[in-house]
Design a protein around this ligand. Structure first.
Ligand code: ARG
Length: 459
């Protein structure tokens, strides 16, 4: 056990207690951020006359050397140390001696870990944002290719009105776009530097916190040292945003699983993103979509877990807070993997356009338009609704669709029907007449795609 304390202790820590307490197994993840933060801290200490130029140089070189050696596999992060901070400091002292012992001046592991975690999460947030952007690019391309791929739109899982695949995918585009906006907001709010908060009450050394904040790319230093070491709001916001990403992916997965079923056959998932069965040779399973739907649970779990951990913690730092790490790391890995795989799956998925279109034609999705047709001929809407209802019943009994009836059959239900009914209830007309902004009609969709293409160029 190599630890950073011990002066006031007369006994060794119990082995199990030591292991229970240790965090190196997981906080080694932000090894690079720990070094980056220490290099900035040393530079600031030098500016403030707390370290000499030589000491700062020795520390910077020592830390850079440790980073290089770990990255190139010459130095291994082992469990002999309690946490990543101890590992780096002990190695630095080994390398450069006394100057290394000065690095921790005016700093505590509390503000150090608060900084490392923020730096790490900030970078991962940008990566996840990049994955979201890739998915948006895939979606908008598919939208452009499927402006006239007709399909039924559903409410209550019942065919409701006709729409297009572009329109349906466009709904997900808006969801993932909002997810990116959330990331941007969270980034702006979290981008303040806790370094210099010390253990909880700042320090008596003349630190200049704006120097470290700006060296590390923050908008500025945080403004209360107790809050700085015990704030986990940004993680809660981040995990909440990640939960929303997963909720969106999960809804989309659910649809893909349904569309991929033998009953629907709207899509076929590429072999590269499906799996087979060990016993049933005919199977091609949508495992990626199912796992994405399933893994949503663990990301929600991380959010609920940290909310629960934080609810009873008095100011300022308490060890409970170490629990923020593993769950956040797991959520980050899960969301990143899901986004990358989901994107690959959607990109390579085949849409059975003919099946989708047939499904739209067969489900009375034009019933609203048929009623609107009668309204256009002067029938009050409520009466028109009743007439078309009876017409649908007639079609169900005869196992046919409104547009397949003869004019005579139509006239038997209402004399108002004329020859132009057939054009009015054709699938194409039903979609293309829906031209309000946000609706599936081609011209309306083109405008939305134009706006969203602009957005992707800028953001
Ligand atoms: N491993 C700790 C954490 O993740 C680092 C901070 C330790 N501070 C302390 N006072 N024990 O929270």
């Amino acid at each position: 056990m190599a630890q950073l304390w011990g002066g006031r202790f007369t006994k060794e820590t119990d082995r199990l207690a030591y292991q229970f307490n240790a965090s190196i197994n997981f906080d080694k993840r932000f090894f690079a951020q720990d070094i980056e933060g220490s290099i900035a801290h040393a530079a600031m200490l030098k500016e403030q006359g707390i370290l000499t130029e030589e000491e700062k140089e020795a520390i910077t070189e020592g830390l850079t050397g440790i980073r290089r050696d770990v990255e190139e596999g010459r130095l291994v992060i082992t469990e002999e140390y309690e946490d990543i901070h101890s590992f780096v400091e002990a190695n630095l002292i080994d390398r450069i001696g006394d100057a290394g012992k000065k690095l921790h001046t005016g700093r505590s592991r509390n503000d150090q870990v608060a900084l490392d975690m923020r730096l790490y999460v900030r970078q991962e947030l940008l990566e996840i944002d990049g994955c979201l952007k890739d998915l948006l690019e895939t979606l908008i391309t598919l939208m452009e290719e499927n402006l006239d791929t007709y399909m039924p739109g559903f409410t209550h899982m019942q065919k409701a009105q006709p729409t297009t695949l572009a329109h349906h995918l466009g709904a997900y585009f808006e969801m993932f776009k909002r997810d990116r906006l959330r990331m941007k907001d969270i980034y702006a709010r979290m981008n303040y530097c806790p370094l210099g908060a010390g253990a909880l009450a700042g320090t008596t050394y003349p630190l200049d916190r704006s120097i470290t904040a700006s060296l590390l790319g923050f908008a500025g230093p945080t403004l209360n040292s107790m809050d700085s070491v015990s704030d986990r709001d940004y993680l809660i916001e981040f995990l909440s945003a990640l939960s929303t990403v997963m909720m969106h992916l999960s809804r989309f997965s659910e649809e893909i699983i349904t569309w991929n079923s033998n009953e629907y056959r709207f899509v076929e998932i590429d072999d590269a993103y499906s799996t087979g069965s060990s016993i049933m040779p005919q199977k091609k399973n949508p495992d990626i979509a199912e796992l994405t739907r399933g893994k949503t649970g663990r990301v929600y779990g991380a959010l609920v877990s940290i909310l629960t951990t934080m609810k009873g913690i008095p100011l300022a730092y308490n060890k409970d807070m170490q629990e923020d790490k593993e769950l956040t790391f797991d959520a980050i890995d899960t969301v990143k993997n899901c986004l990358i795989l989901f994107n690959g799956m959607v990109k390579t998925m085949r849409f059975n356009k003919a099946v989708m279109e047939k499904s739209a034609v067969n489900g009375f999705t034009n019933a609203t338009d048929a009623a609107d047709y009668l309204v256009g001929k002067g029938v009050p809407f409520r009466d028109a609704h009743g007439i078309i209802g009876r017409l649908v019943l007639y079609c169900i009994e005869k196992n046919t669709s409104i547009d397949s009836l003869s004019l005579e059959e139509l006239k038997n239900v209402s004399p108002v029907f004329e020859e132009d009914i057939f054009d009015a209830v054709s699938l194409k007309t039903c979609v293309e007449k829906r031209l309000t902004l946000g609706a599936p009609g081609m011209e309306a969709m083109k405008e939305v795609i134009r706006v969203n293409r602009e957005y992707l160029k800028e953001e």
